[in-house]
Design a protein around this ligand. Structure first.
Ligand SMILES: [Zn+2]
Length: 564
């Protein structure tokens, strides 16, 4: 009896299991299908498609409309209306806090009427707590010193309780209100500091508020560092900007402890907006030590991954602080500066490789690049287990031609910024001369040597619009189309290479090519709807290409129409 009952029970169980299997297979294996689009996948297996399916924030299938509808009859269908769609673009070198900050300051760029400055300050005062600093930026300190002096008194009246600092567009002058001058102890009898000038009224002798060069430090050193809450706001504003520009992920190229606190807090509140790959500021030992001990922090939700430290080897070409093998062509006594020594880079890299942490070193000049390569080489040799290290050099702006193959030999990921080339080209050759310029901004040479080259913008110093960067990479021209045949046009890339560099290669540079950079099964559902066919439009049309919609993890997070 008991045996029969057991058999019966087992039979029932089997039936239930089969029923479950059958019915489960009928429920959709996708939450949504996106159909009727022109999908540019950046995936060699299927470069273009009509439709794709997503489930729980990931892409599960790509193909034709019919295939998706047949496979997922119960999934919600989103009609793409024949639009062009591509993977979310990855900004593999940007500075989010600075971007957000630049949007938070009172923006005086392009203001020509003094009354407008007064009005802007009045509005800002109304929304600021008394006593809190107000900072602005962008009044034309080259042309506008008199006008600022003329409205100085009025501005001080508008903001009696808040100290104000309005930095000039060119950085040579700034303007402080009476409250700020008082806090700095700047009065009639204050002498000019070394290397600076305090402008004073010729009649009364009272300071006008205009401070030049080193005198600006008398005010700026009083301004408190940003609080975590202010940082959160800046990151949020920056995130919105990225989404508008079709960027769904960012590699933040220097994060401090307070920045990280702000980002963690935003993550908890689900307000990060874009996905972060963090490069920690290596000068803060307390910040990096836990990672050098315990290894990376890879976010299972793919929002905030901490896996890299940022090192600065030298300065910049414009200020002649980039470290060169031979003196500058336009300054025969200058070789540039070292920020971090070869020994220190080697030491940090060995520890990083042992912990599975990536190192990204800022190297602009040819000596700086050589020093970094030498340090990396020694570190790789010292840690034989570190196979897939993906050590990065950021910028590689001027490189000795004989060093380019070394990037391939050592498998160095070379992160370059096309907008730097078009911004620097009016003076870059003056700095380095006609020979060294051949290894400057030389992305084609790197690609031809087999090096992996993610392209990015280094915003906010340059525009974060990735299509401008793509235009610069393939034309070597300014947005105005100068020079006509391109600046050292032999370094131009093809459209295909450019798209790859902003998606797959940028994902690779953060160890994320298995989840980012393509529209393919297994990838995060981060994608953008754009206003034209980016595979075929002429270079110039990249400059007017619009991001119409941005999706992160399958969620619509930006729509051009909604924000109008
Ligand atoms: Zn940078």
């Amino acid at each position: 009896m008991r045996k029969t009952e057991l058999k019966k029970a087992l039979y029932l169980l089997l039936c239930t299991a089969i029923f479950c299997l059958v019915s489960c297979s009928r429920t959709p294996q996708a939450d949504r299908i996106f159909t009727n689009g022109h999908i540019i996948t950046i995936n060699e297996d299927m470069p273009e498609a009509e439709a794709f399916a997503i489930k729980k924030g990931f892409i599960t299938a790509v193909g034709t409309n019919a295939e998706m509808r047949e496979a997922y009859p119960l999934a919600e269908e989103v009609d793409l209306d024949g639009k062009d769609v591509m993977p979310g673009i990855i900004e593999s070198h940007g500075h989010m806090l600075n971007l957000g900050r630049s949007k938070m300051r009172v923006d005086l760029q392009g203001v020509n009427d003094p009354r407008e400055v007064v009005q802007k300050l009045r509005e800002r005062v109304a929304e600021t707590t008394p006593g809190e600093w107000i900072d602005g930026w962008g009044w034309d300190d080259g042309a506008w010193k008199e006008q600022m002096t003329a409205i100085s008194h009025e501005l001080s009246i508008v903001s009696p309780d808040n100290p104000v600092w309005f930095a000039g567009l060119h950085g040579y002058n700034g303007w402080a209100n009476a409250k700020a001058l008082e806090m700095a102890g700047i009065a009639k009898d204050t002498p000019d500091p070394e290397g600076g000038k305090i402008y004073k009224d010729p009649k009364t002798g009272a300071p006008t508020g205009i401070l030049a060069n080193a005198a600006q430090g008398m005010i700026t050193r009083l301004m408190p560092p940003l609080t975590v809450a202010q940082r959160e706001k800046a990151f949020e504003i920056a995130g919105e900007e990225l989404l508008k520009n079709g960027l769904t992920s960012v590699h933040d190229a220097r994060i401090t402890r307070k920045d990280l606190d702000a980002l963690r807090s935003l993550k908890t509140k689900k307000k990060l907006k874009v996905r972060y790959y963090i490069m920690l500021d290596c000068t803060d030992e307390e910040l990096i030590e836990p990672y050098l001990k315990n290894g990376p922090e890879i976010d299972p939700d793919n929002w905030l991954t901490i896996r890299c430290i940022k090192v600065f080897q030298d300065g910049s070409l414009g200020t002649r602080s980039a470290l060169m093998l031979e003196p500058y062509s336009d300054a025969p006594d200058v070789l540039g500066v070292t920020t971090t020594s070869q020994e220190e880079i080697e030491r940090l890299t060995i520890r990083s490789l042992q912990a599975g942490i990536q190192v990204a070193t800022h190297a602009i000049g040819d000596r700086s690049n050589r020093i970094t390569l030498d340090a990396y080489k020694a570190a790789i040799r010292a840690v034989p287990g570190a196979k897939d290290h993906r050590l990065r050099i950021e910028h590689a702006q001027v490189v000795a031609l004989e060093d380019i193959p070394r990037f391939k030999e050592l498998d160095i990921v070379t992160s370059m910024q096309p907008p730097h080339a078009t911004s620097d080209m009016p003076w870059a050759e003056d700095r380095v001369g006609p020979e060294r310029i051949k290894g400057a901004y030389a992305w084609r040479s790197f690609l031809d040597a087999g090096v992996r080259v993610p392209l990015n913008s280094d915003f906010p110093g340059e525009t974060l619009n990735p299509f401008y960067g793509m235009h610069a990479a393939e034309t070597r021209q300014t947005p105005e189309g100068k020079p006509e045949s391109g600046w050292y046009p032999e370094q131009c890339l093809t459209r295909e290479e450019v798209l790859y560099a902003y998606t797959v290669e940028s994902a690779y540079s953060g160890f994320e090519e298995h989840i980012k950079g393509q529209i393919a099964p297994g990838m995060l559902a981060d994608f953008i709807v754009i206003s034209g066919n980016i595979l075929t439009i002429p270079s110039k049309a990249l400059l007017s290409l619009k991001v119409e919609r941005t999706y992160v993890g399958g969620q619509l997070v930006y729509s051009m129409n909604a924000s109008r």
